[in-house]
Design a protein around this ligand. Sequence first.
Ligand SMILES: [Zn+2]
Length: 849
Amino acid sequence: MKKKIIITGGLGYIGTELCKIYSGYSWNDQITIIDNRFISERVSQIRNWNMNFVQGDILDKELIYTHCHDADIVHHLAGITDVPRVKSESNHEHEKKIKKVAEEGTQNILDAINDKCKIIMPSSHVVYEGIEKVKNDIREDEKTSPVLSYSKSKDFNEKQLKASGKNYIILRLGSVYGYSTDTARIDIMTNFFSKMASQNGTLRLFAGGIQVKSLVPLIDVARCFKFMEERKDLSSDTFNLTKDTVTVKEVAEICKKHNPKVNLRETNDEIPNMGFSLSNKKILKTGFKFLYALDESIKEMILKWSKQDLIKDLEHIRDGGNEFIDERGKISNHELTEPINLIGLIDSKKGTIRANHYHPQQEQKCLFTKGQIIEIFQDILNPNSPKITQVVNEGQLSIIKPNVAHTMIFTKDTTFLNLVRGERDHKNYGISHTIRHWFVDEAERDLLMSSYKFECRSCGNIKLKRVVSLGYQPLANNLLNKKDDKCELYPLEVNYCENCHNCQLSVAVDPKKMFSNNLYTSSTSASFREHFIVAAKSYVKELKLKPKKSYIIDIGSNDGVALKPFKELGFNNFLGIEPAKNLAKLANKNKIKTFNGFLDMKNIKNIKKNADLILASNVFAHSDNLKEMATCMIQLLSKKGTIIIEVQYLLNTLKDLTFDNIYHEHYNYWSLTSLTNFFKQFKVKIFKVEKIATHGGSIRIYIKKDKNTKIEKSVNKILKEEENFGIKNFKTYQDFGKKVYRIRENVIKNLKKLKKNKETIIGYGAPAKATTSLNFFGISKEIDYIVEDNNLKHNKFVPGVKIPIYSKDKIAKKKPFVLVLAWNFFNEIKEKNKNLAKNFLNIKDLEKE
Ligand SMILES: [Zn+2]
């Protein structure tokens, strides 16, 4: 049978939740909401739910009669809720109003309804606030003792209902708590504490927080109103509706558990009583069940209100949560940060571009149901902010903050839902919703589509997470011959694989563009030469290599720097493999036999096998086709032979914040953990590890194919160290990213200060890392020129920032201020050039606050 149901105060805290419950019944019952406020979004929502909304006051007798005289059910929730909690807050006028609304308003309803109507009204535990001693489990028939105007009017209401002769239900609510999507009662203790906790605030515990309270979850309160409406057998009765009995201090401690940053402070402030609790035996006996819990509700409120929870990134990608999987398939949910009123269904063909715009006010939310995109975005409020790319896969929700320019490049045929709040139409590029901002063209699309690396090079995982974005950068070693030579820019960004803990760049630039004419000659550096001399001697001894018999291969042999010491020790059976033509030529000229080319399946036929030792120093980071290279190395190795790989150590990069070790030639960033995961698939063993000093911290790993190889202690020791450091936690990588951005701010600030006082600042050294950091910092005019020891680099320009590179002869008589860019050779450079400069400063020192 169709029922006529009235909800007074339906826009309030409890009313909002009750309306949601009734939205499922409005197809059958006639539901009317009466409230003296008008909240347009809520009202339109209520009307969309096929419920009536009447803006009106319960003091309006005629209006109440019109709507209530033929009602079957009245949920009477209207009333003034901002009430004083202690005597000192009372004010006469306000108290009179509370009393009038409560008493007259309720009487108007009682007068209007007929005898068959059931009126369900909330009362409050506060009707017992006059109790002086702590009293627990107060039952419904215990004598009330109201003190303040609110409890007095609630007590009066109870008596009105009982005397009316109408069918009534009184629900004496404990202190209601819980998150509501629309309205929140922050003045309620539990909610107030949760809100303070979400802001890392201080919770003041009046009288030490000893007061006992009865609490009840909001949704369960709304559910109970519906329950009482349905239960015809329950009539003209009073029920306590409470769930938890706790002290104020206990509530505060739950808050602290969920946010340890909260402070608890005990004070001597006035409390109206020592506390009490209501018994819920009677309500439980009716069969009503509570579904919500205090701990979970507090956690939810803290999380949803917390500042930390607000997304600070310009762009944010989320996987669906709360997954439900069974034989039929999968359900996943995305909770949105704000209501939406329009959904656009957008299909896009592979290779096309959309957007190139920003939204001044709206957050952009797109849910991808099929396909994949590369998204490019840039903060337009900060003019020098880097351009960032990110992959969004199907099933993910992408959220972009207002005033962030964005463009989508569709790498597959793609479908997504555009979830919009506010008005929007296809041609609306006006001021209100969408503003055109061209910042990605077709050439850039082609570059990204051909170079982007969607999956983990080591394990194939496609859900990679962002560690840091250093913006679009030129290829670090490709110095410009002329200042205005064109150079391609690629994103320089590190991603992390949660599956195998490998880190790699978001793009893989064609190696031919980087390695075919390498200007970096290892032998220029005395410390490198020394490093390889010491290494060769120790390998000969440890691996029992024989000058006449042993065959040694060095991959990425550069100018022969690692093989030369072997030659000097009397070895003549060795081969370098080097892709850079100029370097291979140089090595061959110096009688270090060198094959010019990459180590791949095609070239391996031309390389002699059965090596006793294969060296790969600083090349393992440089390989896009890692698996192919590793396969070739293992094929070239003799049964008992050893592979020794030296690679920059990710742990040092993360710890020492040496982000300038990141450049396009370095495709991969390794830890022992990720190397172990990588080599597992080739059935070879890492049996020894050493930490070495090159490149600001590297590791050297020893590998054998021989199954009987004993694994030395060093392997497990370093694996354990890495785990303790957090190598398997994404947060470790995120923190690194944040610190790198702080460094950028510091350097810009410090260099400006320095420049104010110095006339000439010159840089020393133009290694790849200098290109990376100068471009990331956006430093160009601040440095007059750079001097370099390597004469191949002279009279060229650092790409991107276009700073010229000269020989030391350029330095004039007037001694300049020298900023050492090749910071890992700081002492060597300073020692050698004492008389050239006034002062030497390591660029690393500018990174500090
Ligand atoms: Zn992986």
